[in-house]
Design a protein around this ligand. Structure first.
Ligand code: PGA
Length: 251
């Protein structure tokens, strides 16, 4: 069993062309120069995908979208299809981020439908799960995350086409984080759910990232945990020094 660490940046709704391409160029340059033993991914907003793709050329940093529709094409104003992401050079798409679940009322059933469409277009998915503060205080963290994993991953999810990201909603962008023990417990529970649904081999090979206020000062603690296979980074992925320092802390 070998799960390679994934360092993924979720740029969210940030960066105009110059800022975004400069950020991508800095990351690409550094990754080319240094021998990190991990995979890198950046997920810029749709408007930047084309230029970021160019900026990353030759660097082994993968590109991903932050969302996709489940349909291939058609009358879906404002949406982007998985095929379009693939066409522009994306390898991954983030699905079911808590900001999509909250702002756009996305359900786990919808996330599963989108994931299936993404696989059909040759994309890999990063499927996000995580509890709210209220759910955590009620002691429901593992129940909620297990249910989200069961219902958000479609039948044809595999360790090769799917990464799970555990992101406690209350830890996103707040500077607050769970303890390392809490993170490991949730990741281990998620892996167990994957084993029940897809078998032990898939569970042992599927990467589970932690996300929520990851920064250079806490990354080593989280990324050294046995069931944590990388990080999905929001705020700290917008500064190349911080993003790369996180990689350096473990890879
Ligand atoms: P954060 O965001 O690192 O800014 O907390 C993580 C995410 O939402 O993916």
């Amino acid at each position: 069993m070998s799960r390679k660490i994934m360092i993924a940046g979720n740029w969210k709704m940030n960066c105009l062309q110059k800022e975004g391409t400069d950020l991508a160029k800095n990351i690409a340059l550094n990754v080319k120069k240094n021998k990190y033993n991990c995979d890198f991914l950046v997920c810029p907003p749709f408007t930047l995908l084309s230029n970021v793709k160019k900026a990353l050329r030759g660097s082994k940093v993968s590109l991903g979208g932050q969302n996709a529709h489940f349909a291939e094409k058609g009358a879906h104003t404002g949406d982007v299809s998985p095929q379009m992401l693939k066409d522009i050079g994306c390898e991954y798409v983030i699905l079911g981020h808590s900001e999509r679940r909250t702002d756009h009322k996305e359900t786990s059933a919808l996330v599963a439908k989108k994931a299936e469409a993404a696989y059909n277009s040759g994309l890999k998915t990063i499927i996000c799960v995580g509890e709210t503060l209220e759910q955590r205080e009620q002691g429901k963290t593992i129940d909620i995350c297990s249910k989200q994993v069961k219902t958000s991953l479609p039948k044809n999810a595999t360790a090769a086409n799917t990464i799970i990201a555990y992101e406690p909603v209350w830890a996103i962008g707040t500077g607050k984080t769970p303890t390392a023990k809490d993170v490991e417990d949730v990741h281990a529970a998620i892996r167990q759910v994957v084993a029940q649904k897809f078998g032990t081999k898939t569970a042992n090979n599927m990467r589970i990232l932690y996300g929520g206020s990851v920064k250079p000062s806490n990354s080593k603690e989280f990324l050294s945990l046995p069931d944590v296979d990388g990080a999905l980074i929001g705020g700290a992925s917008l500064k190349s020094e911080d993003f790369l320092a996180i990689a350096k802390s473990v890879c």
